[in-house]
Design a protein around this ligand. Structure first.
Ligand code: NAD
Ligand code: UDP
Length: 319
């Protein structure tokens, strides 16, 4: 049985990856310090014979007994309000944490895939974003703590690949959504749905003409699964190219939820990218991958999940 370590396993993407690898017959070791994650995302796995959980901060030395075939490094705050609230931890998990996991991969002779992001392109001057675009990041802006941690993460991963011959994979993830996102994590989808469910107005930052392209979680997991098993070590964009303005997206949410609330406009956060859309030619050619779930279908599934949460979850505000 293949053994895989997943960091950030109690988070949104990590928990879905744990489910997928268990379903594929792997032994999964989940690791998380729960700084933005929630054990409820993986509690259904606790009795599973092929799952174990380690409560640990990966920015500190990481020890895992036994063999490891694969490592997926997904630990990191991922939502803008999370990483603005815990900027130093964000920098540490992308840098020190990645260094620890690369070291572990070397010792175990394991293949490692790291979760990078479309944020490495910053506020992009090239549209759609191809993997060979170098990006436009303000190193000292508020988002720099996340963007630069991820850029360093890519650099150190390539250095381990080139210098130590380590088997590495880099996925550049574009905005991904679905069940198990934290309702109060501030990202636009939980923010709008939470507002609709609580009977509050939908808050658009800026004029709403900025764009994003939303990928359903099952598509993202499939892309990551294929990339891990490919022989390609340069970065690969995984995301859904279906681009929409935040204003049009808010209107879709109003229709989906039937809320009678209105849209209100608030200031655009500093360095908020104006446009984002993945060019997925590389993923199509290398992995035979493309997204299958439409925004209409994915948003229905996501809305149903948020509706099923308790009133206490809905009211909880940790920001
Ligand atoms: P998430 O916040 O739901 O999950 C992150 C998990 O990492 C949490 O469970 C958190 O507790 C854990 N974590 C954070 N720091 C840690 C540390 N030092 N040690 C151990 N665990 C730690 O976020 P997510 O959306 O699931 O994102 C997962 C990964 O994917 C992140 O690396 C993120 O940068 C990347 N990513 C996500 C998206 C997206 O749209 N969801 C887009 C681009 C990149
Ligand atoms: N956004 C918004 N209202 C909200 C939350 C977010 O208008 O209540 C905007 C945000 O400014 C950004 C887009 O929605 O332009 C996507 O934000 P998110 O935090 O989901 O992810 P990002 O792609 O910026 O990392």
């Amino acid at each position: 049985m293949k053994r895989i370590l997943i960091t950030g396993a109690a988070g949104f993407l990590g928990s879905h990856l744990a489910d997928r690898f268990i379903a594929e017959g792997y032994y999964v070791i989940g690791m998380d310090n729960l700084i933005t994650g929630d054990l409820r995302n993986i509690e259904h796995l606790f009795q599973h014979p092929n799952f174990e959980f380690h409560h640990h901060d990966v920015s500190k030395f990481v020890f895992v007994p036994g063999d490891l075939d694969y490592i997926l490094h997904f630990a990191s705050p991922a939502s803008p309000i999370d990483y603005l609230k815990i900027p130093i931890q964000t920098l540490k998990v992308g840098s020190l944490g990645t260094h620890n996991l690369l070291g572990l991969a070397r010792v175990k002779n394991a293949r490692i895939l790291i979760a990078s992001t479309s944020e490495v392109y910053g506020d992009p001057l090239v549209h759609p974003q191809t993997e060979d675009y170098y990006g436009n990041v303000n190193t000292i802006g508020p988002r720099g703590v996340y963007d630069e941690a991820k850029r360093f993460q890519e650099s150190i991963t390539m250095a381990y690949h080139r210098f130590h011959g380590l088997e590495t994979r880099i996925v550049r993830i574009f905005n991904t959504y679905g069940p198990r996102m934290r309702l109060n994590d501030g990202r636009v989808i939980p923010a709008f749905i939470g507002q609709a469910l609580r009977g509050e107005d939908l808050t658009i930052f800026g004029n709403g003409l900025q764009t994003r392209s939303f990928c359903y979680v099952d598509d993202q997991v499939e892309g990551i699964f294929r990339l891990l098993h490919s022989d390609y070590s340069l970065p690969v964009n995984i995301g859904n190219p279906d681009e929409i303005t935040i204003l049009d997206f808010a209107k879709e949410i109003i229709k989906l939820t039937g809320t009678e609330q209105k849209i209100v406009f608030q200031p655009l956060p500093e360095n908020d990218p104006l446009q984002r859309q993945p060019d997925i030619t590389r993923a199509k050619e290398l992995l035979g991958w493309e997204p299958k779930v439409s925004r209409e279908k994915g948003m229905k599934l996501t809305y149903n999940y948020f509706k099923s949460l308790s009133k206490a979850d809905l009211e909880k505000q940790d920001h």
